[in-house]
Design a protein around this ligand. Structure first.
Ligand code: COA
Length: 396
């Protein structure tokens, strides 16, 4: 039976206030990422996202997020080399993935294969910095390989091996599409990964921290976060954005679509964010990356629909602080890169594993197991009813 989750309630007995979705309730202290939702600013370890998107790479940003400082040139070279050396996944993992149903969602395949890494690297020494470094390297290196492998396996093909001469993002696109990508496409994809790498205590990161707080292994931490990211209110929204843009069909239909969605209280996909009251800064950068892609590789008419929708939403949803979020333009970039729609969320996971691991490390640094309370709304204590005296309960 449903219990109201949408109203703020003060518990009569204890005076504790229940805030639905824990909105505005700090659940941790963190030095990783800062969001200013009023001004639309986002920074990783103090560096503005806009600077990282221009100057950094995904692997350098990953290092920054996890270890707190930009790597020296030697540290970066070492990290890149280590990641490159660990890109391959065991044939046993590939064989396991071949047994997955081809019709299954790639996020479910990713969650299972990420969790399976714990079987292969079962030593759990979470207070050993070398163990942490090795686990980070393995997860950052292998998650893209597993995403690309499932894509080929479900098409009935054998996964292709990573190529050592290709950098991180170019190699992923190569393993996925079986073609060496254009350098601009690879650079744009690398920027997309940076933009998605971290975003404070969102649902999947919270899930990662809760799992980490039990002192389990990092593969379980990532697997639990992947499962949380899969939902349409979180990482799954960019798949739905493209479906919505296709349904709208033409810029001329955008305003009517919005009016109907608002009147029937339907959420418009790719809009709204718990943290932002202005346009998500990641959506601003992704929009410019989309334009860069279209200028080089050809226009996409769905972009015109997206722009018309954003314009129409300005007066209809803007006054409530609802603007495009990270998912609104990312799907258009991925589509131009030739990434299948149901891989959009796994691609999000490839990026966000950096943030999850940064939070894993931070959680271990000052751990206390998460164990929040609840407000009990069930029956008071009652007497046992013998089996023969029971009648079927309504709604059971
Ligand atoms: N379209 C239309 N209205 C929206 C909306 C959207 N995308 N997002 C929020 N709203 C409205 C709600 O209807 C609600 O209005 P009300 O107060 O009149 O009932 C109000 O804004 C608050 O919404 P709520 O769902 O309580 O906000 P939240 O902070 O719990 O949810 C999201 C945030 C992201 C889950 C929500 O905006 C959403 O579902 N967006 C669409 C899915 C999406 O793009 N997800 C990706 C997030 S990066």
């Amino acid at each position: 039976m449903g219990v109201a989750q949408n109203e703020e309630i003060r518990h009569e007995k204890t005076g504790i206030v229940f805030r639905p979705g824990l909105e505005g309730v700090p659940a941790t202290q963190s030095a990783i990422c800062d969001i200013d939702g009023q001004l639309g600013r986002l920074s990783y370890r103090g560096y503005p996202l806009e600077d990282l998107a221009v100057h950094s790479t995904f692997l350098e940003t990953t290092y920054l997020l996890i270890w707190g400082e930009l790597p020296s040139p030697q540290q970066l070279r070492d990290f890149e080399e280590e990641v490159q050396m660990h890109r391959r996944v065991s044939f046993r993992v590939r064989d396991m993935m071949k047994c997955f149903p081809a019709s299954g969602h790639p996020m479910d395949a990713l969650q299972s294969s990420a969790a399976s890494l714990g079987l292969f690297y079962s030593r759990r020494a979470i207070d050993d910095p070398q163990y942490i470094y090795d686990a980070v390297v393995r997860l950052i290196a292998k998650i893209p390989t597993m995403v690309a492998a499932f894509q080929l396996i479900r098409k009935g093909q054998d996964p292709i091996q990573p190529r050592d001469d290709l950098a991180y993002s170019a190699n992923f696109l190569y393993m996925l599409t079986e073609r060496e990508p254009d350098p601009l496409a690879a650079r744009i994809f690398d920027r997309c990964l940076m933009l998605h790498a971290e975003h404070s205590l969102n649902a999947s990161t919270f899930s990662a921290r809760v799992t980490a707080s039990t002192l389990t292994d990092p593969y379980a931490v990532v697997a639990s976060a992947v499962g949380t990211l899969a939902g349409p209110l979180h990482g799954g929204a960019n798949e739905d954005v493209l479906a919505m843009l296709e349904e709208i069909g033409s810029p001329a239909n955008a305003a009517a679509y919005l009016d109907e969605a608002i009147a029937s209280k339907r959420k418009v996909m790719g809009f709204g964010h718990r943290e932002y009251r202005v346009k998500d800064p990641r959506a601003v950068i992704l929009q410019s990356l989309a334009e860069e892609m279209f200028a080089r590789f050809g226009h996409d008419d769905l972009y015109d629909v997206a722009r018309a929708l954003e314009e129409a939403a300005d007066s209809r949803l803007g006054p409530k602080g609802i603007y495009p979020n990270v998912d609104f333009y990312s799907g258009l970039v991925y589509r131009k890169l030739g990434i299948p729609r149901d891989l959009f969320t796994p691609v999000f996971a490839i990026a966000r594993v950096a943030g999850w691991l940064a939070h894993w490390r931070e959680q271990l640094g000052a751990n206390r197991i998460f164990r929040p309370s609840q407000i009990y709304t069930g029956r008071p204590l009652r007497s046992w009813v013998a089996r023969e005296s029971r009648v079927p309960a309504a709604g059971a």
